[in-house]
Design a protein around this ligand. Structure first.
Ligand code: CP
Length: 305
């Protein structure tokens, strides 16, 4: 039995296979419409979500399976003091696979150690968000045709943004990847990621404050929101929240074939006027999230089609 807790739980070869399967699902959805007949997905979300929870549910429904779960810890027995370990032991009796989001880093890992069904980390605190990474990789692979030899600008809250942390871990395994880390000083990537992953791994990167300085050389611009829920005080959040706003004027500095990704939700960091630019692919990216989660469910349940 396999779980997905970290983006590194799959080798590059396994990831390639998963992305190919997701592409096939996109092209031939009818082939997969009954692949999970009789199977149940549990979504245990202790933190708010729109895309991750609903794309998992959409994925399982498109595979012919069914879903159950909770979308708020307050409506579960966690509010009465039940541990994640006990909850997952019970969920293992009700479902065949579980996607879990939790504000505490490591909670889905703890769950996977007690579960008798595959557990998927759907985001744990400011730590990792591996299925968003799968979504991001599928989007880049499908629209750029490769995952190697790319210059990627990661912009915004690089300190608390778990999608950025997971994406860096995943992308450094491909050759020719360069990063432009675009953030205010206070929101730079955590030092362990900086020192132990990028510096130690000899990955080319630079840290810049002005988005305008990075834009002309990027293949991909990955925008992120400032993570209000991870700030210790509101004043700091208010000072930081509108630090970057991507608008039409700034898009004129970018290459014609650059893609703009965003895990969403967006707050102010991308002006709505950018949405009509063909380079803005963040809503397409949300659709790829369904295909890749379908591929992930099939892979973890070892369903052959
Ligand atoms: N991208 C993402 O994780 O969105 P949700 O928080 O809405 O799930």
């Amino acid at each position: 039995m396999r779980h997905l807790i970290s983006p590194l739980d799959f080798s590059v070869e396994e990831l390639d296979e998963l992305l190919r399967l997701a592409n096939d699902i996109e092209k031939h959805p009818e082939k997969y419409a009954h692949a999970c007949d009789g199977k149940i997905l549990a979504t245990c979300f202790y933190e708010p979500s729109t895309r991750t929870r609903l794309s998992f549910e959409s994925a399982m429904l498109h595979l012919g399976g069914q879903v159950l779960g909770f979308s708020d810890a307050a409506n579960s027995s966690a509010s009465k003091g039940e541990s994640v370990s006990d909850t997952i032991r019970v969920i293992s009796e009700y479902a065949d696979i579980c996607a879990m989001r939790h504000p505490k880093e490591g909670a889905p890992l703890v769950a996977s150690e007690k579960a008798t069904i595959p557990v998927i980390n759907a985001g744990d605190g400011g730590h990792q968000h591996p299925t968003q990474t799968l979504t991001d990789l599928l989007t880049i692979y499908s629209l750029k045709g490769r995952l190697d030899h790319l210059t990627i600008g990661l912009c915004g809250d690089l300190k608390f943004g778990r999608t950025v942390h997971s994406l860096i871990h995943a992308l450094i395994r491909y050759p020719g990847i360069k990063f432009d880390l675009i953030s205010p000083e206070e929101l730079r990537i955590p030092s362990n990621l900086h020192d132990e992953v990028l510096v130690r791994g000899n990955i080319p990167f630079k840290e810049v404050v002005r988005l305008e300085d990075a834009l002309p050389e990027l293949d991909i611009l990955y925008m992120t929101r400032v993570q209000r829920e991870r700030f210790f005080n509101e004043e700091d959040y208010i000072r930081m929240k509108d630090f970057y706003i991507l608008n039409k004027e700034k898009m004129e500095l970018a290459p014609k074939d650059m893609l703009v990704l965003h895990p969403l939700p967006r707050v102010n960091e991308i002006s709505v006027e950018v949405d009509d630019d063909p380079r803005a692919v963040y809503f397409k990216q949300a659709r790829y999230g369904v295909y890749v989660r379908m591929a992930l469910i099939l892979t973890l349940l070892e369903v052959e089609v």
